[in-house]
Ligand binder design. Sequence first.
Ligand SMILES: Nc1ncnc2c1ncn2[C@@H]1O[C@H](COP(=O)(O)OP(=O)(O)OP(=O)(O)O)[C@@H](O)[C@H]1O
Ligand SMILES: Nc1ncnc2c1ncn2[C@@H]1O[C@H](COP(=O)(O)OP(=O)(O)OP(=O)(O)O)[C@@H](O)[C@H]1O
Ligand SMILES: [Mg+2]
Ligand SMILES: [Mg+2]
Lengths: 237, 237
Amino acid sequence: MLLMIHNQKGGVGKTTTAANLGAALLRDGHARRVTLVDLDPQMHLTAMLGPVGAAPVLTVKDWLAGHTDAALPVDGEPGLSLVAGTPDLPPTLPDALPTPERGEWRVIDTAPGWSPLVSAMAARADLVLCPTEPDFLGLSGVNRLLSRLDAAGVARDRVRLLLCRYSPRLALHAEVRARLAERFGGPMLLPVEIRTSVRLAEAPGRGRTIFGHAPRSSGSADHCALARALAQGLPPE
Amino acid sequence: MLLMIHNQKGGVGKTTTAANLGAALLRDGHARRVTLVDLDPQMHLTAMLGPVGAAPVLTVKDWLAGHTDAALPVDGEPGLSLVAGTPDLPPTLPDALPTPERGEWRVIDTAPGWSPLVSAMAARADLVLCPTEPDFLGLSGVNRLLSRLDAAGVARDRVRLLLCRYSPRLALHAEVRARLAERFGGPMLLPVEIRTSVRLAEAPGRGRTIFGHAPRSSGSADHCALARALAQGLPPE
Ligand SMILES: Nc1ncnc2c1ncn2[C@@H]1O[C@H](COP(=O)(O)OP(=O)(O)OP(=O)(O)O)[C@@H](O)[C@H]1O
Ligand SMILES: Nc1ncnc2c1ncn2[C@@H]1O[C@H](COP(=O)(O)OP(=O)(O)OP(=O)(O)O)[C@@H](O)[C@H]1O
Ligand SMILES: [Mg+2]
Ligand SMILES: [Mg+2]
């Protein structure tokens, strides 16, 4: 499975989702191994889960060129690997991505904004997961995002919207969910929310996923629910 | 005054700050008029405060070419104007920006990520205001942001860091503030926080600034405090 996480809107939870969904897919047995790929030149996923100290020698540039040894194991997360980001990404993808292993999910974290590289990756993805914030500015970005994905040749049945940084007690958030549900029902709007939780914001500072930092928190439960919803709702081949 | 709002990190509150600081500068008499300029191809500031219905005829492309009539008054905010964004920005700035009026502040909202256009605007700005989220991923972006600004020729005494989406009750947020204070004391780290408030998230959906939507909320108070702190702490000419 090649799962790309994208929203051109910033700070919606792309990186947070990439790391924690990756771990959840393994822990709940939906994947035999998961490779996280940091395709953001700002390298936040690498800052979160990458090796401490010296910058990694091999990066996503090498991985794209076929060096699967660019994927380094993530401490404390058996089966989870990370391909480190680089500030200087190639402008396009090669003809073929590295061949996945059996049962391997690859989860691609991307930068905010749109680019030819993101467009090319979206076209190859089995699923494009779009975290969205449940307020007006979040909503106002969704239409533009979906037309970008259309233009990149991504079939709508491969797109999943995920509400992140969600507060169950706020009327605004419930109202935005309702508006999205009436516009994009069916498999596109996932029946899961990633709730606001300070544990999710703390975990990166410990170099851990939510499962290593606060396994009994809402952040863990929500990412497990997300993994299950994605695995059960896969689009036809 | 030319004030550019930038952080390459997404979703930190650039657009929210642009709109509400602009209004606060007028309401508290620090500026005689304020022109907001939407330099983000995703046009969130325009979605928030721009005219409802047809897309604006004149945009920031026209404003940069010298058409000051591209600045349209914002309803309900005397003295506040908005130059609408456009998805297709020029790659560079012209030799001269439109001449400001006496007592006019121009507040420039920018996209996440870095670009030659942002670099060029930063070099011309009197102040570069950098909203930042008070957690690890927010912190890990600050160093990269500051070296980008250095490389663009922005003197450090023209940079202001502003903690946004701040929750006074969270130990994580207080700890991040403390870490920033020990690294960047002095005039750079503003003594103001923009606290998390659902009113700030609701206001864009009403086409209003926080002052039009919830004038007695913490969002209004915080942006007034921000305006005062900026006006009192201006760098030497
Ligand atoms: N559910 C949540 N609860 C609390 N904090 C969160 C949550 N999700 C994300 N955050 C925090 O919000 C900030 C933005 O999240 P994140 O960096 O994952 O978004 P992003 O879409 O990857 O941003 P960018 O567009 O800059 O790449 C981070 O500081 C993160 O720690
Ligand atoms: N203090 C706050 N309290 C509550 N919600 C906020 C606050 N500041 C911003 N928001 C909400 O958080 C989201 C991100 O804010 P905003 O769009 O202003 O950030 P940005 O840095 O301009 O994002 P981008 O990088 O995408 O341009 C928006 O949906 C906004 O309504
Ligand atoms: Mg990210
Ligand atoms: Mg913005």
